[in-house]
Design a binder for this molecule. Structure first.
Ligand code: DGJ
Length: 539
């Protein structure tokens, strides 16, 4: 039904990642990765993202040891979950911390980026052939190993290639190779691509600098030239790695991005220069034909910034996937905007281990996020069916928001929030025990999804909101309906049935609990522990 491009599949079927990412050092360490797997189960997730370290798997040049990868495969199969493995190679967060010692200690062979003052930067130059060839040899060995050990089981469903690539410390490589590139003509095909696009940030940079048809990078792009050239160079470097990896094992491969502060001349200071930030994204899309998608790591707490990031990366040529996000704060509700409004094809948060206390219980600060992920997990069959169809509506309680109106087919959805408008918990009286026990707690943020599966069939997941479905009727008929229900708070339709339930492995809805009378007269309320609420209304 939905028409979005699904990069992630399992056994040929579309797959939505409900994910968590392990902390940076957990791939070295069985005890820590074990905790990450347990955390994934706690959120009802299906996919763990874990790093694989070039430095660890190739301790001396040409000698590979994939014991740590095999341990991850074994654990994932034991837990019945899938893996996305993160290749920490040439780049990690804009530096080179994860390259092998024999690379770190040989700057003559593996040349570093030089800053404008001639200082060595802790970053391998993307113009150095030896570095590329060394990373390629290791990455392809890794792909070969995976194909051999997992080619049938498909425990690993995708690879992230490098991590938040780019240069921290300057905007470009001022060393001899970088300088030669900088002074050389901008490739004619880049000019042709900008001309053909005739819009977008890269095109605008070019126009702002005069829109010349030919010339060096600074002649075509002025002050932005260093960042744009670095983006072009790094995009090509990673794409060639991916091409080589896929030639061995054709898995989906994506890259992730440390988001930038747009157009503030802060490349290399506020974020790694040459990473796929929004204002160079067109260059990345033009020069990474082998990379399946470019994924923003969204650590943005305010709604405006968060949604702008979603909008930047949810493009026709780039389905949205969020591989990293925070464990607390507004992520617990904004994630539904990514999924409902921007058709995110998967969603994951960083530092899985931290959501669990030592006794295995959920850390109180992460409870909201955990509940949101549980709700998301419950809705996966609906997401796979209806994303991209306009039938999924995000419920997101921003600060001071008392309610939300949803424009549904044939109905208006009136969403009301727990504790809105001053704090007191509304007496919904007949909620499930777990929800009732929360009376007196701090008001919680309402969030979730409302999915219209048919003209009179709705599904709800989420927490701390209730929905009243008001039929869209001519005024006279509407008034009749309000009179018919008398003392109830809003005009609402009559239900055929309202049930709490879940989806089975085949995607069929299974009823766990029926609601009637008082339990729906005040609308349809939902909490993480009510699972999926289905309402079927009378025509
Ligand atoms: C983003 C990186 O991609 C992760 O590996 C990790 O370093 C987090 N930042 C830390 O917040």
């Amino acid at each position: 039904m939905g028409n979005i491009k699904r990069v992630f599949t399992v056994d040929g079927q579309p797959y939505f990642i409900v994910g968590a990412q392990a902390r940076n050092s957990s791939g070295y360490n069985d005890a820590e990765s074990e905790r990450a797997f347990r955390a994934l189960k706690a959120i009802h997730g299906n996919t763990l993202e874990v790093p694989v370290y070039w430095g660890q798997v190739e301790p001396s040049e040409g000698h590979f040891d994939f014991t740590s990868v095999d341990a991850l495969l074994t654990s994932a199969r034991r837990y019945g979950v899938r893996l996305v493995l993160l290749w920490f190679g040439t780049w990690k967060n804009g530096d080179m911390d994860y390259v092998p010692d024999w690379v770190k200690t040989n700057p003559q062979r593996f040349r570093r980026v030089l800053s404008s003052t001639g200082k060595d930067i802790w970053n391998l130059s993307s113009y150095c052939r030896a570095s590329f060839e060394a990373d390629k040899a290791a990455f392809t060995a890794f792909c070969r190993h995976l194909k051999e050990r997992d080619g049938d089981a498909h425990t690993v469903i995708a690879l992230q290639v490098e991590n938040e690539s780019g240069i921290l410390g300057c905007d470009r490589d001022y060393g001899p190779d970088g300088q030669t590139a900088f002074d050389s003509p901008v490739p004619a095909d880049l000019v042709a691509k900008m001309r053909a696009a005739s819009r977008g940030w890269v095109y605008e940079h070019w126009q702002k600098a005069g829109g010349r048809e030919a010339g060096s990078w600074p002649e075509l792009f002025g002050w932005e030239a260093g960042e744009l050239m670095t983006a072009w160079s790094i995009a090509g470097y990673i794409d060639r790695l991916v091409e080589a990896g896929k030639a061995i094992y054709d898995l989906p491969m994506y890259i992730n991005v440390w988001l930038g502060s747009d157009r503030c001349n802060a490349a290399g200071e506020a974020y790694p220069s040459g990473g796929a930030v929004a204002h160079v994204l067109d260059i990345y899309k033009w020069y990474t034909p082998h990379i399946d998608l470019i994924a923003p790591d969204i650590y943005i707490a305010d709604t405006k910034g968060y949604e702008a990031a979603c909008a930047d990366y949810a493009r026709d040529d780039n389905p949205l996937f969020v591989p990293e996000s925070p464990q607390n704060g507004s992520n617990a509700w904004l994630m539904f905007s990514a999924v409902g409004n921007y058709d995110a094809t998967g969603y994951s948060f960083f530092a899985a281990e931290d959501v669990l206390c030592d006794d295995g219980s959920v850390h109180p600060e992460c409870r909201a996020l955990v509940e949101s992920f549980q709700s998301l997990a419950a809705a996966v069959p609906l997401l796979l069916k209806y994303q991209g169809s306009g039938r999924i509506h995000a419920v997101v309680q921003e600060e001071f928001l008392a309610g939300q109106w949803l424009d549904l087919e044939g109905y208006t959805g009136q969403v009301e929030f727990d504790g809105a408008g001053g704090g007191a918990f509304r007496d919904w009286r007949h909620s499930a025990p777990a929800a009732r026990d929360r009376v007196g707690n701090e008001p919680r943020r309402g969030r979730g999804l409302v999915i219209q599966a048919g003209p009179h069939e709705f599904y709800l997941v989420g927490s701390a909101f209730r929905l009243t479905l008001r039929p869209k009727l001519p005024p006279e008929q509407g008034r009749d309906l309000a009179v018919a229900v008398g003392w109830l708070p809003a005009r609402q339709a009559h239900y055929v049935s309202v049930d709490e339930g879940h989806f089975d492995e085949r995607g069929a809805f299974v009823v766990d609990r029926q609601r009637n009378g008082d339990e729906f007269d005040f609308g349809l309320w939902v909490e993480a522990d009510t699972g999926v609420v289905r309402a079927i209304l009378c025509e």
